[in-house]
Design a protein around this ligand. Structure first.
Ligand SMILES: [Zn+2]
Ligand SMILES: [Zn+2]
Length: 380
């Protein structure tokens, strides 16, 4: 590392420290009022207001999404995106800690923006809604939000500092079965039972699970299972997630799942309709060079990566995977909770607004800002 870059990163760190109260306050405000996918209006407004008050060119409601935004700084040189997520989960609030992602992304973006002109780089701060199922980044990708970028990065809360989320590609579906209603006692032979079709489909998938790869997942719930026991259910539906290590592997598994669900319909004499939900999430493909830069910067803050072989992988799916298929991207995990406290639990939600969560905001912002500077001074 050159002295120039060490000094620039140090100043970025000092900048983040100087706005630490603001960043932590924003993290807490978003945490206190959790908003679901595509409904993150308060978080969107709060982040946009903060960006424009600092004087950044800010575009609210960007790329055709009400709760997406973009802000940018710099006029020449490599252009790097830092990502803010801010959606919560139904029932358990910020149990994925996206309030920490938002505040860390904001802090990194502001620190980088304050030095962009001087260092000859550009930064784009992207507010990406609906990571938890809505796929905001995929829609933003289609609308050009990531065009012209040299790299994109974000941090994600976890119970360890880890290089990445071990991701699976995922495609979700809703299956609707239609049968024939009839009186369940007076004329059962005239009925065709849509609930039977759904249950048989479910059981077929349960049998399939014994014969899929260890990194594949299929899991579902019933959405509609009939109206009353004395009416043969004429409609039933289920919601399934199908996951595999790669998009290609996923296509093979999807075909097998459809066969299972269709066999249920065939057995029960019902009609099946499958609705694939847009968008599918791709697997994450981390850029090694970018990741090693982040790793070095995080280590300087006392956050060396744990070995996932030892502490365990954090599995999941993210729309950042789709971004990573298009440009150099990283999605490192930052510890906000003690070992063993899993994301998507009420316990994790509490840690996302704790001292540890606040430290992750500041360290995450600092490490991301330093990594942006690396990309400016020594393009990937
Ligand atoms: Zn999550
Ligand atoms: Zn998350």
């Amino acid at each position: 590392m050159s002295t120039h870059s060490v000094q620039a990163k140090q100043r970025a760190g000092e900048y983040v420290q100087s706005i630490s109260d603001l960043l932590i306050d924003i993290s807490h405000q978003i945490w206190e009022q959790p908003e679901l996918a595509f409904e993150e209006r308060r978080a969107h407004d709060l982040l946009c207001r903060t960006l424009s008050e600092v004087g950044l060119e800010t575009e609210p409601h960007a790329y055709g999404l009400e709760t997406a935004f973009q802000a940018s700084a710099g006029t020449e040189g490599p252009e790097i995106a830092v990502i803010c997520e801010y959606d919560a989960l139904p029932g358990i609030g910020h149990a994925c800690g996206h309030n920490v992602i938002a505040a860390a992304g904001l802090g990194a973006g502001l620190a980088a923006a304050s030095m962009a002109a001087e260092l000859g780089g550009r930064v784009r701060i992207l507010g990406t809604p609906a990571e938890e199922g809505g796929g905001g980044k995929v829609f933003m990708l289609r609308e050009g939000a990531f065009e012209g970028l040299d790299a994109a990065m974000m941090i994600h809360p976890a119970d360890h500092n880890l290089p990445t989320l071990t991701t699976l590609a995922v495609h979700c579906l809703k299956v609707h079965y239609t049968g024939v209603a009839s009186h369940a006692a007076a004329a059962p032979h005239l009925g065709r039972n849509a609930l039977d079709a759904a249950v048989l489909g479910y059981m077929n998938v349960a049998a399939l699970r014994q014969h899929i790869r260890s990194d594949e997942r299929v899991h579902g719930v019933f959405l509609n299972a009939g109206e009353a026991p004395n009416i043969v259910p004429m409609a039933a539906s289920a919601h399934w997630f199908v996951r595999a290590a790669t998009t290609q592997q996923l296509e093979e598994l999807k075909a097998r799942v459809v066969d299972c669900l269709a066999a249920g319909a065939l057995a029960a004499g019902c009609v099946m309709d499958i609705e694939w939900l847009d968008p599918a999430y791709s697997e994450m493909s981390d850029n090694d060079r970018l990741l090693s830069r982040y790793q070095e910067n995080a280590e300087l803050l006392g956050r060396p990566f744990a070995d996932p072989e030892v502490v365990g992988y954090v599995m999941g799916s993210t729309d950042m995977g789709n971004v990573s298929q298009v440009l150099p991207t990283i999605h490192p995990l930052i510890a906000v909770a003690p070992e063993g406290v899993s994301i998507h639990t009420p316990e994790f939600a509490a840690f996302a607004c704790s001292d540890a969560g606040d430290r992750a905001v500041i360290d995450g912002a600092t490490a991301l800002a330093a990594t942006v500077i690396d990309c400016w001074l020594d393009p990937l």
